[in-house]
Write a protein that binds this ligand. Structure first.
Ligand code: ACM
Length: 535
């Protein structure tokens, strides 16, 4: 709880106490935070002043103005240049290079608020902190007034990891553009900067590809859906949807304004039955196939013995690259059954001609060719840890999901790694110990996420290869936006802290004390969360 002070408050430093009393409640916890006496009052006359680099900072200033409007009802004026007295000054200047690409300094005094950074991203993160500081008076009571006070603080902050990721599977269930933007809002408010948008799987292809119209005419629609794992019957309702390239460009631009990179996920050579339903000639047998209505791992996969598979993949990726400016393109590679390849004359001929050892070698051959193509376009391939099998492509980034073992192996071999071990980061696992609500039956409570450390088990030298970590949200059993938010919060808060805040000084009880204030904020915006998160 934040005490109220008079406007004439003296700048008296109250260092953070071990118990967290007298402190502000921020998630992720900043590197350094001093609570000072006093508070800044936001009024309709408060101005947002954009200092150095006004052009690049104007969108951030408008973002702040919008957030303040939502929280206070005041429409503040944004103006370039001017005095910080009585206002909120945003400044981005080379003089603050020591703060790094994403760090910021935030000083709230009784008469001014100043956010300084070396780069616009840092100013944006300072703004996210400011939004958390803007609290309702008498928070929680029925008579709560709109938020109008910001406690005086001195903060210096920067992230621990460069890759702070959150994934959403829009293939198993489709979530529209409006919800995806809201999801990006949630991610960026928590200072995450990567959105892994998982677009294709056996059960649906969700990105328009102009050269292959059947991918969405056929591949985006299935004739039924398996329901819960305990119910093998499912329904027979036609289900589907997809994003046009214009939709995706809009999503990318929206994310970019919030300093989030959208990393597209296109599954190959497995998890591709929806593509094979549209273009069965890419398979070993020639089909026919339907967009899958079950969950699990389909044995129908692309056949890398066929040259037309590479032609297809390169053409598809060319359009993907055109839509997504991300340096990283995620090409899946997980859970590829070898059954069809073992029986395929095409696959077996490729294995012989290329002198490959076996079907693992064939998957490695496939990934290396796809990587060469992506590299030739100036992009990097990232794939699930199965891409280690048969030999890793030379520049590939490994996303380790079957625990951290694959990631550790890749880091030791000098490859970049993103850790997303399912036991600690799969938000489709249930939060509640009684396993109620949507999601997979496994249990992943809040504190298990909080205990995740992407560099665990690595020496400091090896840990340099860990770009960061990510949480994943697979949607087989997650049909609706409300289900997504229920699974996301409050665990996203724990993941934000894992990926942003220093490892030192973590305390379960102190973290848990900071959660309710964040949940209050979520309530204000009508965002759902799991209310049983303490259990
Ligand atoms: C995965 O969960 N199959 C990456």
């Amino acid at each position: 709880m934040i005490a109220r002070f008079g406007l004439a408050g003296v700048f008296l430093a109250l260092p953070l106490t071990a118990t967290g009393e007298d402190t502000v409640s921020l998630v992720p916890k900043p590197v350094q935070c001093q609570r000072l006496e006093g508070a800044f009052s936001v009024s309709p006359e408060t101005r947002i002043i954009v200092g150095d680099n006004a052009d690049t900072l104007l969108p951030v200033a408008r973002h702040l103005a919008q957030a303040i409007k939502e929280q206070t009802g005041y429409a503040l004026t944004v103006q370039p240049g001017g005095e910080s007295q009585g206002g909120v000054l945003l400044s981005c200047a080379a003089a603050d290079a020591a703060l790094g690409d994403e760090g910021y300094a935030l000083a709230v005094g009784p008469n001014s608020v100043v956010i300084r950074a070396a780069r616009p991203a840092g100013v944006f993160y300072g703004v996210q902190t400011l939004r958390q500081l803007l609290v309702r008076e008498e928070a929680g009571s029925a008579a709560a007034k709109p938020a109008r006070t910001i406690p005086c603080v001195q903060i210096e902050d920067r992230p621990r990891f460069a890759w702070r990721g959150m994934h959403l599977d829009v293939a198993r269930h489709f979530f529209d553009k409006q919800f995806v933007k809201r999801y990006i809002d949630h991610i960026s408010a928590c200072k995450l900067n990567i959105f892994h948008l998982y677009l294709t799987d056996d059960q649906g292809w969700r990105i328009q590809i102009r050269r292959y119209p059947r991918l969405t005419e056929i591949g985006a629609w299935r004739s039924g859906t398996q329901k819960h794992y305990s119910d093998g019957r499912g329904d027979l309702a036609r289900y589907g949807g997809y994003f046009t390239q214009d939709d995706l460009r809009e999503i990318v631009a929206y994310a970019h304004e919030r300093f989030v990179t959208v990393v597209p996920g296109i599954s190959m050579p497995g998890h591709s039955q929806a593509a094979l339903a549209a273009y069965p000639e890419l398979s070993s047998t020639g089909g026919p196939f339907e967009v899958w209505t079950d969950w699990g791992i389909s044995k129908e996969v692309m056949d890398p013995g066929k040259e037309e598979v590479f032609e297809f993949v390169e053409n598809v990726l060319s359009e993907v690259i055109d839509v997504f400016p991300s340096r990283w393109i995620h090409t899946g590679g997980d859970e590829v059954p070898r059954d069809r390849w073992k029986a395929s004359p095409y696959a077996q001929a490729r294995i012989r001609q290329e002198g490959l050892k076996d079907e693992d070698g064939l998957q490695s051959y496939f990934t290396k060719r796809v990587e060469r193509f992506l590299n030739s376009k100036g992009r990097a391939l990232i794939g699930w840890d199965e891409i280690l099998e048969g030999g890793l492509a030379p520049n590939a980034v490994v996303m380790s999901w079957r625990g951290t073992k694959g990631g550790i192996e890749a880091a030791r071999a000098g490859h970049h790694v993103v850790m997303t071990p399912n036991q600690e980061t799969y938000f489709n696992y249930m939060q509640h110990k009684d396993r109620r609500g949507p999601g997979h039956a496994a249990h992943l409570p809040l504190l298990a996420v909080y205990h995740f450390d992407p560099t665990r088990g690595l020496s400091p030298e090896e840990a340099k290869y860990v770009l960061g970590g990510q949480a994943c949200l697979w949607t087989e059993y997650v049909p609706a936006p409300a289900d997504v938010e229920y699974l996301l919060f409050p665990r996203l808060l724990a993941m934000a802290e894992v990926l942003w805040s220093p490892l030192e000084g973590r305390s379960d009880s102190e973290f848990v004390r900071r959660v309710p204030a964040q949940l209050e904020k979520l309530k204000e915006t009508g965002t759902g969360y799991c209310p049983d998160w303490r259990e």
